[in-house]
Design a protein around this ligand. Structure first.
Ligand code: ME8
Length: 537
């Protein structure tokens, strides 16, 4: 999959890998729901960089539409002032809080976006994909979407004139507007062909089935303009309308990659992998590819819909009180443990729950007592038995050969899971290996071997501690995508930075080759990778 592109500083052409998150509505501060998609995309991007792929990772903010306008009005400021403030004070800073390595950040109010969006829709209008009509129907502002009467919920207080959005459980509005429509209905067959010919276009399987079932019922044309408010991109052929926020927002993935402005760059990066929550699956797997087909542009490489993060059994969203800011959790556990927790314990693609108790339990067992303790024990033993100089591996026994084979298997399994975006399996494979290394030490009892000063015992002690350190070298490479800070600290403590170069430059697929850390490396105790939690945490 993907195209090859040669870049001048690489000896071999790398595969291009372009990944995106949704662009989030700037109605409020980020929640752990938004952060979930962003850290997942970050882990994937970092992994691809460590495969040597020409990687581009985009995130950003969705700033137009009625919903953002209403949030600004509630605070008594203009929508532009509102979005500027929120982006500067919240949406950009949260990326550093979470250690996110995005290559670009797009705001839909930027001219590099708005100009290209107008060009795109003018072309579709000129080519007959857009026509004028009237729309009447229920509209949910929180979704920014017209709803079908059949999917609405009844009013819990029994008011017959009120119907609720099934996602937000808040009243919908009845809209009647003269609008422009995109001939979406004409793309149903081509979309169904796409889903059939490229079974991984929509993933996971449950998401694919939902989309196929939806399109099989037939598609209605899509109203793509609004005339009752003006916070949006002006329709180029009729300035009494603004473009519907979704068809403006979806184009961010193309405009940020140079569509319409830098064709060479766009050709190199496109098509993208889109990570989305399942709430916005249809926009990405139905409307977006149809828009691209209408414009004669390749459809995305993949749309992957992950599940809903729940707190106390309810989907969290900014419009509900359960929204938790990522900093609340990062302040207690640190960003690496945060990233690890959400990506490790929730099967990527399924719903999952967050609770402080569960997070504390995973932190303590897998990170503090698992990896953290292992790293500090190995460094401490090399410190006290070998003055901090990595001993010679000597003659490897069966146990060491087994450990080496397990590392190679772990790397292969973790990398294969990454291709399916089974991030939880990638991390699960590494966690099992960490547990294996701990088991290896328990079996080999180096602290007992150290009591005997004879030559063979010294050699044996060296073999054991070399094997444990070399195993940790592999773990550092494997964990650098999910836990960049921890992996870098581990890498430093093994003396690997000095001997093997920067962690970011290590090829993840070669991490299983045993014996890379040379004897003589200076091993130092890492500062506490996962500090003990305060009593009241
Ligand atoms: O929909 N669980 O923006 P948005 C999991 N602007 N993921 C969650 C989540 C939860 N509880 N809450 C939010 C929009 N998310 C549009 C997108 S893209 C062209 C335009 C994540 O601010 C998840 O990725 O409502 C979801 O799809 C997204 O945030 C919705 O963010």
């Amino acid at each position: 999959m993907g195209r090859m592109s040669a870049s001048p500083d690489q000896a071999f052409p790398a595969q291009t890998f372009y990944i995106t998150t949704p662009i989030y509505y700037v109605t409020a501060a980020p929640s752990i729901g938004n952060a979930y998609t962003t850290v997942a995309a970050d882990m994937i991007a970092r992994w691809h960089r460590q495969r040597g792929d020409d990687t581009w990772f985009l995130t950003g903010t969705d700033e137009h539409g009625q919903k953002v306008l209403e949030a600004a009005s509630e605070h008594g400021v203009s929508p532009q002032e509102w979005t500027d403030k929120l982006v500067n004070e919240e949406w950009e800073p949260v990326l550093s809080v979470l250690d996110v390595s995005n290559d670009d950040f797009i705001r839909t109010t930027e001219q590099r976006h708005t100009d290209r969006v107008r060009d795109f829709w003018q072309t579709l209008y000129d080519n007959g994909h857009v026509y004028e009509g009237t729309y009447e129907g229920p509209y949910c502002v929180a979704c920014e979407e017209f709803k079908l009467p059949s999917e609405l919920l009844e009013d819990p207080d029994g008011d017959d004139s009120v119907r609720l959005c099934p996602i937000h459980e808040r009243p919908v509005e009845q809209l009647s507007e003269s609008n422009y429509f995109f001939r979406l209905s004409g793309f149903a067959d081509r979309l169904l062909d796409l889903y059939e010919q490229r079974p991984t276009f929509v993933q996971p399987e449950s998401a694919r089935n939902e989309v196929v079932a939806f399109v099989t019922q037939g598609l209605s044309d899509l109203s793509v303009t609004r005339s009752t408010f003006d916070w949006g991109i002006e329709v180029p052929w009729d300035e009494s309308h603004v473009l519907y926020v979704w068809i403006d927002a979806l184009l961010n993935y193309a405009t940020a990659a140079g569509y319409g402005a830098d064709p060479e760059r766009f050709d190199r990066l496109w098509p993208a992998v889109h990570l989305v929550g399942k709430d916005i699956l249809r926009f990405h797997a139905v409307i977006w590819p149809a828009m691209l087909m209408a414009a004669g542009v390749d459809v995305p490489r993949q749309v992957f819909a992950h599940g809903w993060l729940q707190v106390g059994g309810q989907k969290m969203s900014k419009s509900k009180a359960t929204a938790i800011h990522p900093s609340e959790i990062v302040d207690t556990f640190g960003s690496d443990a945060y990233r690890y927790y959400f990506l490790r314990v929730i099967a990527f693609g399924s719903d999952g729950s967050f609770s402080w108790e569960h997070m504390k339990a995973v932190y303590t067992s897998e990170l503090a007592n698992g990896l953290g303790n292992l790293a500090s024990r190995v460094a401490a033993m090399i410190g006290s038995y070998f003055d901090g100089v990595l001993p010679d591996p000597g003659e490897a026994g069966l146990a060491e050969a087994t450990l080496a084979a397990e590392l190679a298997r772990t790397v292969a399994a973790a990398d294969e899971a990454m291709d399916r975006l089974a991030l939880h399996e990638t991390l699960g494979a590494v966690e099992s290996f960490v547990a294996r290394v701990n088991g290896y030490l328990t079996e080999q009892e180096p602290w007992k071997v150290a009591k005997d000063d004879s030559g063979p015992s010294r050699a044996r002690l060296g073999s054991i501690l070399y094997a444990a350190a070399e195993a940790l070298r592999g773990v550092a490479v494997l964990h650098s995508a999910a836990m960049p800070g921890t992996a870098a600290a581990l890498w430093e403590s093994l003396g690997a930075a000095e001997q093997l170069g920067a962690l970011a430059d290590q090829d993840v697929r070669s991490a299983g080759r045993w014996g890379q850390l040379p004897a003589g490396a200076a091993v130092t105790k890492p500062s506490a990778l996962f500090p003990r939690l305060a009593e009241d945490a």
